[in-house]
Ligand binder design. Structure first.
Ligand code: PAF
Length: 279
């Protein structure tokens, strides 16, 4: 596994892959890797001849400098995990390479970045698209993998890739779940045994919504909200039902796939879940 820290070295490595006729799959990360990232790596491996991973804690997607400073980092452990997973190339660029002095270019999906989670995190998705566009240019992959867990991010990156005509296939990788259906998250370890059990209500509420015969936005919303309210340890925090690709508002009977984005708190731990439901 090659570990490179400059764009020039990255281009040399990817150039050699391409000269050998090999395709490249990219997994952009901010490091501190967990099982979800490794699933992205496994998917990239199945879709391309070579896998490149970037580790870059992107300052432009953080609202508060303190969040950026306290973001966990463990490069040595990350590299061990990537080596064990058979990754070919890791790019760990410097902030000054990604954002050179005097930098003034941004990339933004003007509507999608400013709705839903974007409303409460102004500038966050602009930071994500700006860095992902640059990482795409550094690595020039054939495919790039992102988790469906960050559903809005995935749809925004798909839209940016289409709008800017990047010749890159964006692959959404489904949420990794525990055997009992709980979406994997580094926060799960903070749940006590009762809250861990109660948290299964998230996937159960999505199952109930999916099983409805005549689906409408109201019936989906009521089914999910009622299922979650019936669990005394759960506090529903967010329930968005939007058009699955554009993230536009939906109303009435379901006629197109809908993305349901759900968040609830269990003993002070906020958990997320998500599912795309077809009519
Ligand atoms: O999902 C993430 O970890 C980040 O938002 C990404 C896509 C690596 C961009 O910094």
């Amino acid at each position: 596994m090659q570990v490179v820290r400059t764009i020039a070295d990255c281009r040399t490595a990817t150039g050699a892959f391409r000269s050998a006729g090999e395709t490249i799959g990219l997994v952009p990360t901010m490091g501190f890797l967990h099982a979800g990232h490794m699933e992205l790596v496994a998917t990239a491996k199945s879709k391309a001849d070579r896998v490149a991973v970037t580790i870059f804690v992107n300052p432009t997607q953080f609202g508060e400098a303190s969040d950026l400073d306290s973001y966990p980092r463990d490069e040595e452990r990350d590299l061990e995990m990537l080596r064990a997973a058979g990754v070919d190339l890791v790019l760990i660029p410097d902030v000054s390479d990604v954002y050179p002095d005097g930098d003034e270019t941004i990339v933004e999906t003007t509507r999608m970045a400013n709705i839903l989670h974007g409303e409460v995190r102004p500038g966050h998705f602009r930071g994500v698209t700006t860095v992902v566009a640059r990482l795409f240019n550094f690595v020039q992959p054939d495919v790039a993998c992102f988790g469906e867990k960050d559903y809005q991010q995935l749809q925004i990156i798909k839209r940016m890739t289409r709008d800017l005509a990047f010749p890159i296939e964006i692959i959404g990788v489904p949420i990794v779940r525990e055997n009992d259906g709980l979406a994997m998250s580094s926060r799960n370890v903070r749940l006590n045994a009762e809250d861990r059990q109660a948290a299964l209500v998230l996937s159960r509420s999505l199952d109930a919504a999916e099983a409805l015969k005549n689906k409408s936005v109201d019936s989906l919303r009521d089914t999910i909200a009622n299922t979650i309210h019936a669990e005394p340890r759960a506090t529903l925090r967010g329930l968005d039902i939007v058009q699955a690709e554009s993230l536009a508002d939906l109303a009435g009977p379901l006629t197109t796939p809908a993305a349901i984005m759900l968040s609830a708190e269990f003993g002070g731990v906020l958990l997320l879940d998500q599912r795309v439901i077809t009519p």
